[in-house]
Design a protein around this ligand. Structure first.
Ligand code: 0GY
Length: 295
């Protein structure tokens, strides 16, 4: 394994945009601390510690009230670090786990008790060694009531994954809109295919996240201020206002260059959701339905 990497901005700016009361950062992670929660032997990157204290300080600085902590691939299927962060949040965080598909009902119930409300299936070959669809489907059929499945994939395998995703009997949440090429614009083939997928059932949600990944200079984009991302994503948010979530993606797993300023990420919100009503849905109503439905 290579050296540990710092993937987050050391001094993010205070955003100009103020999120509404109750705003939820619905996609973020914690790393370690490694001494307490070692990384998986299969981890594809080895980050520096970015634990709950740092996450909650950033939450407050950015003007958010709650977090949804998504288990990052570097922790494999051991959700201890995610659960620890949720436990330390005073009820202000919930989470998404990554599980061994052979997990039993008692273990699933314990995750629910710890604040988990969904599981994540990651199909990015650079992050995971295998993604067994048959096993994923089997566990998706016996999740605790109210849970959903988060899926992370890239646009080029959307069609290949359709039969698998169509068979999942709980709501789907798609990370980073399935990573479309935003340079194609709002009507490009990737966005068109993603819209067709959204239209195939009414319980697919998406995260309008990661301009820093989708509009990165190293990916052929223009980088911050991520104009291509704003142009491509704003129409999607406008057309599916009840299915969109937003998050920082802090501490930005595996970013070694072009590390985003989290304040600038927050300032993307009014550019993709220009009205107060859209912002409230994206930041409060929608994530509350998925993660705090028991309130
Ligand atoms: C993200 C994106 C990435 C990483 C992970 O679990 C992870 O390691 O999700 C990525 O490298 O694209 O959503 O954090």
């Amino acid at each position: 394994m290579t050296d540990r990497i710092v993937s987050w901005h050391s001094n993010p700016s205070k955003p100009l945009y103020t999120p509404p009361p109750g705003a939820i950062d619905a996609h973020c992670h914690v790393f370690g601390p490694m001494a307490q929660f070692p990384f998986s032997a299969k981890a594809k990157y080895l980050p520096e510690d970015a634990g709950p204290d740092m996450l909650f300080a950033l939450r407050d600085q950015l003007g958010f009230e709650r977090n949804v902590i998504v288990q990052a691939s570097c922790h494999g299927t051991d959700n201890s670090a995610t659960l620890d962060a949720i436990a330390k949040s005073n009820g202000k965080a919930r989470g998404v786990a990554v599980v061994d598909p052979a997990i039993n009902e008692t273990e699933l119930a314990a995750l629910h008790e710890g604040g988990i409300r969904g599981i994540r299936f990651n199909f990015l070959k650079r992050l995971v060694d295998d993604a067994p669809k048959d096993k994923f489907l089997e566990v998706a059929q016996r999740l605790p009531k109210g849970w959903h499945v988060v899926i992370y994939f890239e646009a080029d395998i959307l069609e290949e994954l359709r039969p698998f995703m169509d068979a999942i009997p709980v709501p789907l949440v798609i990370d980073h809109m399935g990573r479309p090429d935003v340079r194609q614009g709002p009507d490009g083939p990737d966005m068109k295919a993603f819209r067709a997928f959204l239209n195939s059932r009414d319980d697919i949600w998406f995260k309008a996240t990661c301009p820093d990944r989708l509009d990165a200079i190293k990916e052929g984009g223009a980088g911050d201020p991520w104009n291509a991302f704003a142009d491509a994503v704003a129409p999607l948010v406008a057309d599916y206002p009840d299915r969109v979530l937003w998050g920082t993606d802090w501490p930005h797993p595996n970013m070694d260059t072009e590390i985003p300023d989290d304040g600038h990420l927050v300032d993307m919100i009014p550019r993709i959701a220009p009205t107060v009503e859209l912002q409230h849905k994206m930041l409060v109503t929608n994530p509350t339905k998925l993660y705090w439905y028991d309130e």
